[in-house]
Structures are given as C-alpha cells and as structure tokens.
Design a protein around this ligand. Structure first.
Ligand SMILES: Cc1cc2nc3c(=O)[nH]c(=O)nc-3n(C[C@H](O)[C@H](O)[C@H](O)COP(=O)(O)OP(=O)(O)OC[C@H]3O[C@@H](n4cnc5c(N)ncnc54)[C@H](O)[C@@H]3O)c2cc1C
Length: 260
C-alpha cells in the first residue's frame, strides 16, 4: 500500500468514527428519535419523554465515570474513605437475600422476580441494594456481583453506578445517613401488594393492609405463615450501619485512611 492509500484509508476510518460518535451511537440514535418525536422536550420537564431522557443521561454518566476513574472497574469505591467501612461477613444472610427469603415482602418479591426473569424495575433495584448494604450490612460488591450474574440487562457501568449510589460510596451517592426503610418503600410503591402476591405466593391470603408486615396479621389471627420472619430489625440495623460509616469517616478525619 502506498502512503496516500493508507492516508485515504485512515481518513475514511476517522470520518466513520466521527459520524458513529456524533450521530449513530445508540444513545445518540435514541436522543435524535426522542427529539424528533418531542420537539419541545426540554420545555416540558414534567413529561415522560423528559424523564426518559434523564434516564439515558444516567446511563451515559455512569459510562463516563468508568472511563474517567478506571479504579471503579477494580472493585473500588469512588469515595475513598468508604473503603474503610467494616462490612459484615455473613454467607447465610447473603444467600437469604439472593433467594428472596429475608422476611421483607417487597425485597423478597423483587429478588424472586430477578431470579425468575432476569429483570427488575429500577425502584426495586434501589430497594434491594439498599437492604443488602444498609440493613444486613453486607459489602455492596457482593450485591453488584450477584445482580450482574442474574440481570439480562447487566451492564458494568450502570450496575456499578447503581450499587455505589445505594451504598453511599459513589459520586452522586445518597448520603450514608439516608437509609431506605424496606417496609415503607413497599407500602409506597406496591400499596395493594399486587406485585408481592405475584412473586411470594405464600402471602396470597394476607389482606392488603397487612401485606407489608404479614406476621403481624398471622399473630393477630392465630394463623401459621410459611414465610420467614424479618431477618433483621430495621431500626437496629440502621443504627449499626450508621455507626460503621461514622467509624470509617472518623478514621479519615484522624488521617488514618489508607492511601487511595
Ligand atoms: C443497584 C442497581 C443496579 C443496576 N444495574 C443495572 C444494569 O446492570 N444494567 C442497566 O442497564 N441498568 C442498571 N441499573 C439502572 C436501571 O435500573 C435500569 O437501567 C432500568 O431499570 C432499565 O429499565 P428500562 O429499560 O425500562 O429503562 P427506562 O426507565 O425506560 O430507561 C431507558 C434506558 O435508560 C437507561 N437507564 C435508566 N435508568 C438508569 C439508571 N438509573 N442508571 C443507568 N442507566 C439507566 C437504561 O439504558 C434504560 O434502558 C441499575 C440500577 C440500580 C439501582
């Protein structure tokens, strides 16, 4: 090949890459189509199209993070001091969470949906991740690993970003003292318990008002439920997690944090 052929060839390649990058890459195709169908997209921030755009932006955001901070691909948190948080080693608890046998109906229904279909709604991913990390409290990396092994849409960047968000170790993390209550989350997002009954048939007979705390109903009615009792007391677990994060933070303030 002469030099000029090589030059022409690499010029064509560069143009293709430019077109790919600016117009054809999947998120840009999505954006272009969205803008074509919703020309006033940016003026209607309460609409579904706007929300969908912001979800696409989350996807891009998490991808960019991996490129800018490659340590995120190496099981390391974005926020350095959170490396010092002492997580609990509890294989039995991890398995109960994986199998949807925690005794918290919304968490169990969601985990069983994940195991059965390979998919879970974003809200449920947040609830289950928060439960593992803040209620058990087991290392977020164990959850990240399990999700990626089950999700059909498993994606390193989005999964890592979602887990680090839930674990309060990431860029845009929920502050560590903001901890989801799995019972009230269930009451808010599956008020009638329709989703729970679909995935946790043991609770089929529990009435709507008790579906999120079924053992309360069983005790009151003298019934036997073939469903685990809650594996933790949320209030106590919350306190333990706060203490673990505060201890890690104190190490940083004393300058005893490992070089990061
Ligand atoms: C702990 C946790 C783990 C997650 N793991 C993954 C994963 O492995 N793969 C994955 O694609 N998403 C992951 N997400 C993000 C989100 O839950 C899914 O992208 C979303 O549920 C997919 O549903 P959908 O296709 O109906 O998306 P829609 O709500 O219709 O959104 C459109 C697209 O935007 C992107 N998107 C939406 N929400 C998010 C988000 N929060 N973060 C990043 N991208 C988003 C996805 O590409 C999605 O297909 C995770 C979130 C959490 C909290």
């Amino acid at each position: 090949m002469t030099n000029s052929v090589i030059f022409q060839h690499s010029k064509a390649l560069a143009s293709f890459r430019l077109i790919w990058h600016w117009a054809l890459s999947p998120p840009r195709q999505c954006l272009n189509r969205l803008r074509a169908e919703h020309p006033n997209l940016l003026e209607q921030s309460d609409g579904g199209a706007f929300t969908w755009l912001s979800e696409l932006i989350w996807r891009e955001f998490y991808r960019h993070l991996l490129v800018a901070w490659p340590r995120l691909c190496k099981h390391r948190p974005f926020v350095g001091w959170t490396q010092q948080v002492q997580w609990r080693q509890d294989e039995k608890a991890l398995i109960a969470w994986q199998q949807g046998k925690t005794g918290f109906p919304i968490v169990d229904a969601a985990m069983r949906q994940l195991n059965g279909t390979g998919w879970m709604h974003n809200r449920l991913r947040m609830i289950c991740a928060s439960f593992l990390v803040k209620d058990l409290p087991i290392d977020w990396r164990a959850g990240e690993r399990y999700f990626i092994s089950q999700l059909l849409d498993g994606d390193l960047a989005a999964n890592n970003g979602g887990w680090q968000w839930a674990a309060s170790t990431g860029t845009d993390a929920a502050p560590y003292f903001r901890i989801f209550n799995p019972t009230t989350q269930g009451e808010r997002f599956d008020t009638q318990g329709t989703f729970i009954r679909q995935w946790v048939p043991e609770l089929a007979e529990v009435p709507e008002r008790d579906i999120h705390q079924p053992h309360r109903w069983a005790q009151r009615e003298g019934r036997r439920l073939d469903y685990p009792t809650p594996m933790v007391d949320h209030k106590q677990a919350r306190q333990m997690t706060l203490e673990a994060f505060e201890a890690a933070k104190a190490l940083q303030e004393k300058g005893q944090n490992q070089a990061y």
